[in-house]
Design a protein around this ligand. Structure first.
Ligand SMILES: O=C(O)CCC(=O)C(=O)O
Ligand SMILES: [Fe+2]
Length: 639
């Protein structure tokens, strides 16, 4: 975490309106009453969190969350809003120039139209604070001379950062929506450094001080965007955050596009289109290839900032608060907690394999196109030689999982041998290329699965890495190469290529081709499109992991919908416990205060249960590990 505290002076508040009421108060007409000491302390704590998350910690969604919480608490306790804070009118993040907003002077029309008179010292300019989170332009009217200097002092010391609560002024009665700026948003990254005397009555001087944000979700994004370049060695997050902050300020006489890139992109990409009610981003776990590099999170789905789903907010808040209390001096540890949190809260997440894994990606394409040839060109009777009544049983024909679904199974650990045995039946000539590619792909998936399991264990808390050896070292994997035939009609009704189901694995890694159609079901029951991406793999938590983790990790419900009249191909890699393993959540995973919600069971018995109960169909979520091994207290929200 960045340095706390500041050597900044408390700004001159003389020009601020003496009384401030929030918009909520304005509309509700709520009367302020005296708050108890306890509520004042609580409020103070929330205020600290709001300031910290909006500013130094740069966690935009938390910033907005705590900002909102602060406003609501102030009102409920009847405490007047802190006049030194300037919350965004839309998302309620505490606006802090250089961290979560850009400020610029806007021409004071009154001043211009009345040149003859010397403007009053106390109403010199209007200042627009553009919130980087929600892109709202907050206008502060009539700021006094010297106001910008307070925010952007002439000679910033290296450690000097704009600090929340300074120079922000009170929420102005005159705040307006949609006020005009004289500088185009596209120039936001060409921001003049604090050294410029920004309080000149020159309109449109961009004035945000360049202060590097801490390394958090946004930093993850920045790295994601850089992934097409040459891979950089891992760097200490806390160090880089500090170093960057220092360099940025000390070289403030130069215009540096780089340090603002991510913020600019946030502002630009959502300038007009931000819809707070409809955000369904998934975090991305960027998995570096080298084991000494740490994984880091970023955001996908075209959204450049992250909002926790509503259901996750209480848990996030609780952990955030605890992390803030315990780790306020250690940014790196804090970030680690954040990553753990991501894992704990998501039932499925998307992995974007870093650019150095191009091998995997190119293998996808190759395998997919090979299989396209196999499935599309081979006559059904040739494929049926591998079907359910054959000795190999590697081919699942249409009308078993669904009328549209057919698949070929390639089992590890010797993916070559498995592929070869099917290929020998399918191809009338030797085709070792096919088997070699599948071997390479399978082996890559094994490696990746091991690493993902390690990360998943990390997410459960400290010390879980140690159980890897005893619990997961005998896992094995198999691949399923799936072809979905196009439906005859695609009407309003969605055609399910594969109905809703959970996987019987620990984890599943899916690659889908660019046709798309994979959907995950949210906890609230909404289907979320997992948009295809050539360099993305989707990772599902499976039933075995759900049982092993005593429900702390949830098996994801997913399906495939066919929206287009073309074949769809996918590769699913299932990473499973060994058949004979007795699956029982370790006490540490369960936690002292909780009870086990699954009875112990043998892995193979569960697989058989699924097969027999579902009669070969995938789509019945009714028969899962809950039904098989769930004890009285089913999948509660005890965690
Ligand atoms: O085809 C896909 O994208 C998903 C396949 C799947 O969920 C499965 O085979 O279990
Ligand atoms: Fe699946």
């Amino acid at each position: 975490m960045g340095k706390k505290g500041s050597n900044r002076e408390v700004p001159n508040l003389a020009s601020r309106p003496p009384v401030s009421i929030t918009l909520r108060e304005e509309s509700s007409g709520m009367k302020q009453t005296k708050a108890s000491t306890k509520s004042i302390l609580k409020l103070q704590h929330i205020k600290n969190l709001a300031i910290w998350t909006s500013g130094e910690a740069s966690i935009p969604s938390f910033g907005a969350f705590f900002g909102h919480h602060l406003a609501a608490c102030s009102e409920s306790t009847g405490t007047p809003p802190d006049p030194s804070l300037f919350p965004c009118q839309r998302c309620e993040s505490i606006l802090q120039p250089g961290y979560n907003c850009t400020i610029r002077i806007e021409k004071n029309r009154a001043k211009v139209s009345c040149r003859c008179k010397k403007p009053k010292k106390s109403i010199q300019n209007n200042v627009v604070y553009k919130c980087h989170f929600c892109s709202h332009r907050n206008l502060k009217r009539g700021t006094p001379r010297g106001y910008m200097k307070e925010i952007c002092p002439l000679k910033a010391k290296p450690s000097l950062k704009p600090v929340p609560g300074t120079s922000m002024g009170q929420k102005s009665d005159g705040l307006e929506k949609g006020t005009r700026s004289t500088v185009e948003i596209s120039k936001m990254d060409e921001i003049a450094p604090p050294a410029i005397d920004t309080d000149d009555p020159v309109t449109g001087s961009p004035t945000t001080p360049l202060v590097k944000m801490g390394t958090t979700l946004l930093e993850g994004k920045k790295r994601k965007r850089n992934r097409s370049g040459v891979k950089k060695p891992a760097e200490s997050e806390s160090n880089s955050a500090t170093i960057n902050a220092e360099t940025t300020v000390s070289t403030s006489s130069k215009r540096r596009r780089k340090s603002w890139t991510s913020l600019k992109e946030i502002a630009e990409s959502h300038d007009n289109s931000r819809d707070f009610t409809n955000l369904t981003e998934d975090p991305v776990l960027l998995v570096p290839e080298e084991s000494n590099q740490k994984p880091y999170v970023a955001i996908i789905k075209g959204c450049t900032s992250f909002l926790w789903p509503d259901a996750a907010v209480p848990a996030v808040t609780a952990l955030e608060k605890a992390a803030h209390d315990a780790l306020s001096s250690d940014f790196q540890k804090y970030n680690q907690k954040m990553r753990q949190l991501l894992f704990n809260l998501k039932v499925s997440f998307v992995i974007r394999v870093t650019h150095s894994s191009t091998l995997v990606v190119s293998s996808h394409k190759f395998v997919v196109s090979s299989m396209a040839r196999s499935y599309l060109l081979f006559p059904p009777d040739s494929k049926l030689k591998l079907g359910p009544s054959s000795s190999l049983k590697t081919y699942t024909p249409h009308f078993i999982a669904s009328p549209f679904f057919e698949s070929l199974r390639v089992s590890g650990p010797d993916f070559f041998a498995s592929a070869r045995s099917s290929a020998d039946v399918l191809f009338d000539h030797q085709n070792s290329e096919f088997s070699e590619i599948l071997q390479e792909y399978g082996n890559k998936m094994v490696e990746l699965s091991k690493r993902i399991i390690e990360f998943v264990l990390m997410s459960l808390g400290d010390g879980y890495e140690k159980v890897y050896e005893s619990e997961f070292s005998n896992c094995h994997g198999y691949l399923r190469i799936v072809n979905y035939s196009p439906p005859e009609t695609v009407e309003d009704e969605e055609v399910e290529g594969l109905g809703m189901h959970t996987d019987m694995s620990c984890i599943t890694i899916i690659y889908q081709d660019m046709i798309g159609g994979l959907q995950m079901r949210s906890k609230e029951g909404h289907w979320i499109d997992i948009n295809p991406s050539e360099s993305s793999l989707v990772v599902n938590i499976g039933d075995l992991m759900q049982a092993w983790s005593n429900g702390r990790l949830r098996s994801s419900e997913h399906r495939v919908v066919l929206k287009r009249f073309v074949d769809r191909l996918s590769l699913a890699f299932f990473w499973c416990f060994e058949d004979e393993k007795v699956i029982l959540a370790p006490d540490k995973v369960v936690g002292e205060e909780n009870s086990k919600i699954y009875k112990p069971f043998i892995c193979l018995d569960y697989l058989k249960f699924r097969e027999s109960n579902e009669q070969g169909k995938f789509e019945k979520v009714g028969y899962t590990v809950n039904d098989f091994a769930g004890l009285k207290f089913q999948m509660s929200d005890q965690h």
